[in-house]
Design a protein around this ligand. Structure first.
Ligand code: GDP
Ligand code: MG
Length: 436
């Protein structure tokens, strides 16, 4: 399922041993494949993963203390956005407010109707359930049992075979008995058919519901998405109820349905018991899809493979504005180990600019390394003592020109200024805010 696939995608990070721009790209690609495999529309999957990649690079995942966590957080945010962002309420305006329940047979309409009645009753509303399934007598009994269980009246007309008139009569009854909300539980067929569609359309037209909900079994995968589309084309419903999420967790359905019909999921159902109803929170569903805990520990482990002690030591020096040429050299050596200089981008604040100036490949490091090697330990620690005669000595010792030495010193100075600026921002909390 989707969760397994996403977890596998994040394993790419682990396999690489360290997090770099390159394996962010690889991971993003895997995430995209996982989403398309879960029936998320290709273009949507591409858009969301492009945004994930841009955000990841933008927010300096590579230099963050816990890049893996930050990456997962970005994916989580984008999934949340894809599922609608905020939790969406149902509309309960009207006298009475009418809530129409639609969906295929077996999707969980009747069960959900009982749960919703209980949920609204708990909020202190007077609720009436209407049994509007005219095909199966057992359906009426089922709703009556649930109604009794949650303490909500059920309106039914076992001998009436006209769904529209039952619904109308039920609403009149609610008005007379002072009920503020009615929930109309309708019939479904095993598959979409024209007669069923016409019936529910007619009911909707007759009772003008404040809220039309479409109930769908999350276990039915791609079918769930197709059914949602068919119902939405005919009913233009207001929200989706995703049922049976207690089984195999199918985040794919949640992602796809929102994408295809562009209607919010409003409730999820996680069991047969009347209590097993939850308001749908996109952010929680995103965490669930990501299996958050697991993924975070996974990427944390990936981080440890990277020369963590060295990274921490240098990080601490940067923070104290003590970054010197020895640290710089150590960074260069790490970068060379990575095999591609592009990995450097963003790793050292201010370095990106320097790379741009240098038109760099791995050989471009040689003069830099030579210059640093020709410095005394004291000079590396405190480059500001490097005066004219020291420059001459360093240039001669490293086989470079004084101009090259000057350039490196100037760029290094700019780098340190940049770090200082970042530290100041961080101290004032600005950077933290940017990186959240
Ligand atoms: P309807 O035909 O759409 O009215 O569907 P029902 O409400 O009768 O539900 C069909 C079956 O699914 C019943 O056996 C329910 O107990 C079961 N069911 C409904 N919702 C859930 C759920 O969230 N989780 C599980 N595990 N079973 C559910
Ligand atoms: Mg039913």
């Amino acid at each position: 399922n989707l969760q397994d696939k996403l977890n596998k995608a994040f394993k790419t990070l682990k396999g690489q041993g360290r997090i770099t721009e390159i394996n962010v790209a690889a991971t993003v690609k895997e995430v995209r494949r996982a989403l398309t495999d879960a029936d998320v529309n290709y273009k949507v999957a591409k858009d969301i993963t492009d945004r994930i990649r841009d955000k990841a690079l933008d927010r300096k995942v590579l230099i963050s203390v816990e890049p893996g966590q930050l990456f997962v957080k970005i994916v989580q945010e984008e999934l949340t956005e894809l599922m609608g962002g905020e939790a969406q309420q149902i509309n309960t305006k009207g006298d009475p407010a009418v809530i129409l329940i639609s969906g295929l047979q077996g999707s969980g309409k009747t069960t959900f109707s009982g749960k919703l009645a209980a949920h609204l009753k708990k909020q202190g509303r007077g609720v009436l359930l209407i049994a509007d399934d005219i095909y199966r007598p057992a359906a009426i009994d089922q709703l009556k049992v649930l109604g009794e269980q949650v303490g909500v009246d059920v309106y039914s007309e076992p001998d009436n075979k006209d769904a529209v008139s039952i619904a109308r009569n039920g609403i009149d009854h609610a008005r007379k008995t002072g009920k503020k909300i009615v929930i109309v539980d309708t019939a479904g067929r095993l598959a979409v058919d024209e007669a069923m569609m016409q019936e529910i359309e007619a009911v909707k037209k007759a009772i003008n519901p404040a809220e039309t909900l479409f109930v769908v079994d999350s276990m039915t995968g791609q079918d769930a998405v197709n059914t949602a589309k068919t119902f939405n084309d005919r009913l233009n419903f207001d929200g989706v109820v995703l049922t049976k999420l207690d089984g195999d967790s199918r985040g794919g359905a949640a992602l796809s349905i929102k994408t295809v019909v562009n209607k919010p999921i409003k409730f999820i159902s996680t069991g047969e018991k009347m209590e097993a109803l939850d308001v749908f929170y996109p952010d929680r569903m995103a965490s669930r899809i990501l299996g958050m805990g697991d993924v975070i520990s996974l990427v944390e482990r990936a981080q440890q493979a990277f020369d963590e002690d060295e990274a921490k030591r240098i990080n601490a020096k940067m923070r104290k504005n003590q970054f010197d040429f020895d640290d710089f050299l150590s960074q260069l050596q790490q970068i060379k180990k990575m095999g591609n200089v592009k990995d450097l981008l963003g790793m050292i604040p201010g370095m990106g600019k320097m790379i741009k100036d240098l038109d760099i490949d791995n050989d471009s490091f040689k003069p830099i390394e030579a210059i640093i090697s020709s410095m005394t330990p004291k000079e590396r620690g405190r480059p500001e003592i490097i005066d004219g005669s020291r420059k001459k000595r360093i240039a001669a010792g490293s086989g470079t020109s004084i101009t090259q030495v000057n350039n490196l010193l100037k760029q290094f100075d700019e780098m340190r200024k940049m770090m200082k600026k970042m530290n100041t921002m961080q101290a004032s909390g600005k950077l933290n805010k940017l990186m959240k």
